[in-house]
Write a protein that binds this ligand. Structure first.
Ligand code: GTQ
Length: 349
């Protein structure tokens, strides 16, 4: 489809539109070029949140409301182009969650898939369907659709993590269900580490049959993913657009860890500049280590540890790295690939 001009508005046409409007009808030809665009056209804009102020506001919210009263004490990262919609991109929600020492964010479950990426603190926990996992900096933890989950913090320090959920996708389909559990913390039915023992050692229980689309591993510890990047680095095989980039997988089928959200960890060495890249999956990046800047659609964003930035769909992106950097990222690529929408484009030789 080309970018045609819209048909002119004549008095006669206008009168017709008014007439059919009363019958809940509308002419396609006045809106077609906005509906079916020649390439992605999004209200989502590039943006960066510095971690310092984010954490200060989050701790301040800790003095205003408990995790229990809030159910989830979270500051939502709202894309400046999508204010009032609780979206960081058109299809994704992100927020920073605080659990103070001794608190519990009570058990509930919902259709929406959630990821946690731990930003601050150590030895917090999440319990997912009867199994507790301990959360430390950089750990990537998932909550599959309709899995019971509650969060707690038995450490002495505040726990802060980034939540990423497919809330806008579930809303698009009007498919949301949610329930609360009748106790704050659900009972434990499995030992800590059970899932990673069964599914995280490059083995699967004999006769295992997957029941859902989400990975049966629900904690991907940073220590292990980080070590993989360090060992891979010795080969000096850098992708021009991504440096070294790994995808978190569901070990059952090699697919994405989550049904709708793709998650990644990448290493970019000091002095590296990535070749321009764009893709249809708007992406949220979390700087886990290092410093640099990212140019998104010509706009420059300087970043340091724990800063969070968003790259909209189909905008050219280049990272320029001043100190060895590790970036965690997530997007709706898992959904787009399942639906056959996803595209990418690279500028390099
Ligand atoms: O931890 O279950 O940021 O249900 C938003 C909705 C976190 C959670 C959020 C949620 C959760």
């Amino acid at each position: 489809m080309t970018n045609k001009d819209k048909p002119a508005l004549t008095t006669e046409r206008e009168r017709f539109y008014e007439k059919i409007d009363k019958e809940h009808l509308a002419p396609l030809w006045t809106v077609l070029s906005d509906l079916v665009t020649p390439e992605p056209s999004s209200a989502c804009v590039p943006h960066l949140w510095q971690y310092g102020p984010l954490k200060r506001y989050l701790l301040e919210s800790g003095g205003l409301i408990t995790a229990k009263e809030a159910e989830r004490r979270v500051l939502v990262l709202e894309n400046p182009g999508l204010r009032g919609t609780s979206k960081i991109t058109t299809s994704l929600y992100a927020g920073l969650q605080l659990v103070l020492p001794g608190e519990i964010a009570p058990a509930h479950r919902h259709t929406q898939s959630a990821l946690r990426f731990v930003m601050d603190g150590a030895n917090g926990h999440t319990t997912v369907d009867g199994e507790k996992t301990i959360m430390n900096f950089g750990d990537f933890v998932i909550t599959p659709p309709m899995a019971w989950h509650d969060h707690g913090n038995q450490s002495e320090e505040p726990m802060v993590w980034l939540d990423g959920l497919d809330i806008p996708m579930v809303s698009l389909y009007d498919a949301s269900f949610a329930e609360t559990f009748d106790q704050d913390a659900q009972p434990l039915s499995k030992g800590t580490g059970d899932s990673s023992a069964r599914f995280g050692a490059n083995m699967l229980p004999v006769d295992f049959n997957a029941t859902g689309l989400a990975s049966p591993i629900f904690n991907y510890p940073y220590a292990r993913s980080r070590e993989s990047l360090d060992v891979m680095r010795r080969q000096e095989e850098w992708d021009p657009c991504h440096g070294l980039k790994l995808r978190y997988i569901n070990p059952v089928d090699g697919g994405f860890a989550m049904p709708t959200i793709g998650t990644y960890l990448q290493l970019l060495p000091k002095g590296f500049s990535t070749a321009p890249y764009r893709s249809t999956d708007a992406t949220i990046f979390v700087v886990t280590e290092g410093r640099g800047l990212t140019i998104i659609d010509g706009q420059k964003f300087d970043w340091g540890p724990k800063d969070i930035f968003v790259v909209p769909s189909w905008k050219w992106v280049t990272h320029v790295v001043s100190d060895d950097a590790v970036l965690f990222s997530f997007s709706d690529r898992a959904a787009q690939q399942k639906l056959g929408y996803w595209r990418e484009d690279r500028q390099h030789n």
